[in-house]
Structures are given as C-alpha cells and as structure tokens.
Ligand binder design. Structure first.
Ligand code: FAD
Ligand code: SIN
Length: 530
C-alpha cells in the first residue's frame, strides 16, 4: 500500500494547481494515466477568460456566463469564480506563464495583455498564449511541480476505482480513503491510501465518435465517482465545438473559436454565409447555436462539412496569431491564408459531472472534484468559451484551502482481487464495443436528440453494460477494458439525464420538446447509484 496525505487523480490544470497549493502541507501523489502532460489542458487553444481590462467588468463577465448557461447557472458560483479569476491569473503569471501581449499604441514599447474574443463574450477578455495556451499553462505548472520535493508523479498509472468505507463494509457515512490503480507497465494493481482524494480526471469527449478531445478523455472520474455513490449532475449538457478540422487523416484537431473572434466566418460549400439565418451575432453566436446551425446546414445541403473562411484577414496576422493551426492545416495541404478550412462540429466539453460546491466538495467525505470532471453550477446548460480553465484554477485553489492540513489517518484496505482470464480473441469484442458505443452516442445522443433515439440508445447501452460487466470480473484488467467500462457508464448517464429533462435548454436540444420549460428553469438532473 502506498500511503500519502493528498491523492490527486489527473495531471491537467486542476490536478497540478491543487498539488502546488497543498504540497507545503504534506506528501502528494499525482496519478496520471499517460505521460504527465497528456490532458485536455495541454490542447487548449483559445485561452482563459478573466476580467483584466478597463473596458471590462465582473458584472459583464457574470452576465455573459449566465446568458450562455440558459438559466441554469448558479449565480453565486458564477460570481465567486469570475471575481477570483484575476488573482489566480496573477499567480499563474508569477509561476512563469507567458500570455501573449501587444504593443499599445504600436511603436510605443508599452506591452499590455493581448485579449482575445470568443462566442458569447461581450468584451475582449480571453488571455492566451498565441493558439497554444494550454500547452504553455501545462508546462508552467509542471515546471513548478518539478521543484516540489513533496510531490511524486505516477505516470502510466490508471485509477480504477475509489475505495470508500462503505465499499469496505464499514458503518456510518461513506468516506473516500484511496484508490486502486493499475500500473500499466507492470500490469499490477496497487493501492493508494490518503485522507484526501481529488478527482481531476477531466471530461468524456471520447464517449462520442467525433471529438476534439485527446484519448485520455474517457470520463473515468465521473464513472468512478458514480460507482462510489457520489451524485452526478447535468450530464445531458455535452458541448459540441462547432469547428473541428475535417480531414480524413486529422484526428481531433480543433480550430479555435478565437479565429471567429478575429473575423473568420462560416460559409456553406457553395460559398455563402448562413449564420445570419440563426443568430444576430452570426459566426460568433454562442456555441450551442453555432453547432446546431452547422448541423442543420449540413443536413439541408447533404454536405459532410462547412467552411471557415479567414482569407480576408492579412496572412501575417493569421500566421502570427494562430501559428499552430496554420502549421497543422498546412501539413494537411490547407493554406488557411489562401483558402477556407473545412470544419465539422465535434464533442468537446462535459458541462455536467460530479456534483460539487465551489470548493470542490462532493457528497462523499474526503473526496473532492475539480475541473471538467466536476459540476459546480458555473456552466449551467452551456459553457461560455474559455470559462473552463478559469473554473479549474479557481476551484483548485478553493479546494486546497478547504482541505486544510492532513489529519492523522489509518485505513485497513484489502489488496485488489483480479480476474485470471486473458484471452486475446476477446480483445476484439472490447474494441467492437468501444466503436459501437461511440457511434451510437454520435448518431442517437448528439447535437439534436429525440426521445425515440434516446430510448434506443438506452437499451443498447444497457446490453453492452451487461456484457462488459461479465468480462470485467473474469479478465485481467487492462486500460482498454477499464476505459470501455467507463465510457459505457458515462454514456448511460448522459442518456439517463437527457431522458429525464423534458425540454430543450442550452446544449440539450430535443425535437420532442423544442422549447425550454419554465418549470425546469432552475432544476438540475441528479443521478445517484441506488
Ligand atoms: P484535463 O486537463 O483533461 O486532465 C485530466 C487528467 O486526468 C489527465 O492527466 C488524464 O490523463 C488524467 N486521467 C483521466 N482519467 C484517469 C484515470 N483513470 N487514471 C489516472 N489519470 C487519469 N477550455 C478553456 O477554458 N479554454 C480553451 O481555450 C480551451 N480549449 C480547448 C481545446 C481543446 C482541443 C480541448 C479538448 C479542450 C479545450 N478547453 C478549453 C477545455 C479545457 O481544456 C478543459 O476543460 C480543461 O483543460 C480540463 O482540465 P482538467 O484539469 O479538469 O482535466
Ligand atoms: C477554443 O479555443 O475554441 C476552445 C475554447 C474553449 O473550449 O473554451
């Protein structure tokens, strides 16, 4: 058994920020299932939203967040996160994070932050590092972590299941006391124990066939928390990003919304703009509106994609502001300074998750959740662009304050019991089931839903879950099997939440209930394992 004071699952912005804050108080283990930098954070492009300019105000940022959230945000949570953002940004800068600047006025030598704009924001307020903000944040945090002797990172360790006193058969309210994790290199399952466990495992984009997310995003944290008895909330609100590169060889490459913020416009294959039919803000309308508009345009014309055109902007400006996107598109034979980029919507962000308060507390003692895995009430029915990095860094700070100093702790935890079977043929079934779930989620539980499709999805997922359960207990665990079990659980939760909400609101668009129902205006969907 590996005992620690603080156990952190995940090494994105949420996990690393929390680790830095608690390290002076005790021994910290960070468990991460691939290499330490591999996370959604690492791929964030547009930036981090925070009020830093004289033209902006907390009031405006709060208002924009509430509007995007379609009546379901918790206003006190929104206020807290918006108001605490600038202090956390200042800390990031102190750690060495370099946000892009610009000279104002040109030639003066005076540099101020270059603030970008994205859909739904009424002001320029997105701090960014060109178009690789996430990579820069991740490396600044990892550099700071490397200087902390109290923090040990376990790379290629896959957290399988939370260990709770309830699962151990102890009476009284359940408390999380650790986690079983698979060492992917040795194949052994190890036991980590701590009085405080932070879930910072990110989102679940890989539940869908097409996604902007990297392979790590399989909803493991939500699935683990649900199995452990925590409340999961609002999983129907899956955000589809409108502009993912469409190219047969490109896997999950995002074209940042900041490009539309700098004037790029959406066009049909025939070359005409179409967003004026859908929203006064046209290509910069809130994300749910743009994704649905593209979906509708593709269905109307039978096209496989639409176009994002920035060719009217000077080539130098585009290359300077979006160097990563420029280079990547060029590798696929697209020169974005001369031709429009083919784009399609793809699953991007999980607005729901493990239910927490703004301090990251779940309803299981000793278990905290921060970042995309958590549902704090900030995003409501639709996340405002670039609010997620902000939420993660503010809530990580608050959770670190909340947990305080480590308490004396002793837990008798039995070792993991593994199945024995190891049949290579059966791996075909695992990969078949992976594909089946992701395709059925895309086809039946996507941007536009109906109750019939949701019910069909529910039946199939239930069958698949049964099959996976059989495997799970018989076979030696592998990360593929564990991820399959988790995406099946999360797919089931998304469908259950979508079926529970008889209205269209924000990202949950159901043709059987095309309008919002005022009775659901402040109601979250809540699921807890019976
Ligand atoms: P992540 O950064 O995803 O980290 C999760 C960590 O948990 C990873 O280290 C992963 O390996 C680990 N993990 C997961 N499961 C397990 C397990 N079972 N065992 C061990 N480890 C595990 N948001 C913005 O605000 N602004 C943006 O500009 C922006 N751009 C984006 C661009 C892209 C392409 C994507 C995909 C997302 C973007 N987002 C953006 C969303 C944002 O990046 C994420 O919401 C945020 O980074 C999540 O941070 P996190 O720390 O919660 O999770
Ligand atoms: C983007 O850069 O378009 C993504 C921003 C976000 O998801 O917040």
């Amino acid at each position: 058994m590996k005992p620690f004071d603080f156990l952190i699952l995940g090494s994105g912005i949420a996990g690393l920020s929390f680790a830095l804050k608690v390290a002076p108080r005790g021994r910290v283990a960070i468990i991460t299932k691939k290499n330490r930098a591999e996370s959604n954070t690492n791929y964030a492009q547009g930036g981090i939203a925070a009020v830093t300019s004289k033209e902006d105000s907390f009031e405006l940022h709060v208002r924009d967040t509430l509007e995007a959230g379609a009546g379901l945000c918790q206003e006190p949570v929104v206020r807290t996160i918006v108001e605490e953002g600038p202090a956390r940004i200042a800390e990031l800068i102190e750690l060495g994070m370099k946000f892009s600047g610009r000279e104002v006025p040109e030639g003066s030598g005076e540099i101020e932050l270059d603030l970008g704009r994205e859909g739904g924001h009424s002001r320029r307020r997105i701090l960014h590092a060109k178009d690789v903000t996430g990579r820069e944040i991740e490396s600044a945090l990892l550099a700071a972590i490397a200087a902390q002797p109290n923090i040990e990172i376990f790379e290629n360790y896959f957290a399988i299941d939370l260990i709770t006193t309830q699962k151990l058969g102890q009476a009284g309210p359940s408390r999380c006391v650790g986690v079983y994790a698979l060492d992917k290199k040795s194949g052994r399952v190890e036991t980590f124990a701590a009085p405080v466990t932070l879930l910072a495992t990110g989102g679940c984009g890989k539940v869908y066939l097409y996604t902007t997310n990297p392979d790590i995003a399989t909803g493991d944290g939500v699935a683990m928390a649900y199995r452990a008895g925590a409340t999961v909330s609002n999983m129907e609100f899956i955000q589809f990003h409108p502009t993912c590169l469409y190219h047969p060889k490109a896997k999950s490459f995002l074209i940042t919304e900041a490009m539309r913020g700098e004037g790029a416009v959406l066009k049909s294959l025939a070359g005409g703009e179409f967003m004026d039919k859908f929203h006064p803000l046209q290509s910069l309308a809130p994300r749910d509106v743009v994704a649905r508009a593209i979906d509708s345009e593709m269905k109307r014309t039978g096209a496989d994609y639409v176009l994002l055109d920035a060719t009217h902007r000077p080539a130098r400006f585009l290359i300077e502001h979006f160097p990563n996107i420029y280079e990547t598109c060029l590798r696929y034979g697209i020169d974005l300074t001369k031709e429009p980029i083919p784009v399609v919507p793809a699953a991007h962000y999980q607005c729901g998750g493990v239910r927490t308060n703004v301090d990251g507390e779940t309803d299981i003692a000793g278990l905290y959740a921060v970042g995309e895995v958590a549902c704090t009430g900030l995003h409501g029915a639709n996340r405002l662009a670039s609010n997620s990095l902000l939420e993660a860094i503010v809530c990580a700070h608050r959770a670190a304050q909340k947990v305080g100093a480590p308490a004396p702790f002793a837990a008798a935890i039995p070792a993991w019991q593994s199945g024995k079977a190891n049949n290579a043929d059966e791996m075909v079934v695992v990969s078949h089931n992976w594909d089946e779930i992701r395709r059925l989620m895309w086809d039946y539980v996507g941007i536009v839903r109906t109750n019939k499709r949701l019910q069909r999805a529910q039946k199939r997922i239930a069958n698949l879950q049964e099959e996976i359960q059989e495997y799970y207990w018989d076979f030696i665990v592998t990360s593929d099997l564990l991820e399959l079990r988790n995406i099946a659980t999360v797919a089931g939760l998304i469908v259950a939440c979508a079926l529970e909400r008889p209205e269209s609101r924000g990202l949950n668009y159901n043709l059987d209930f095309p309008n919002p129902d005022p009775a659901w205006g402040q109601r979250d969907t809540l699921l807890r394992k019976g």
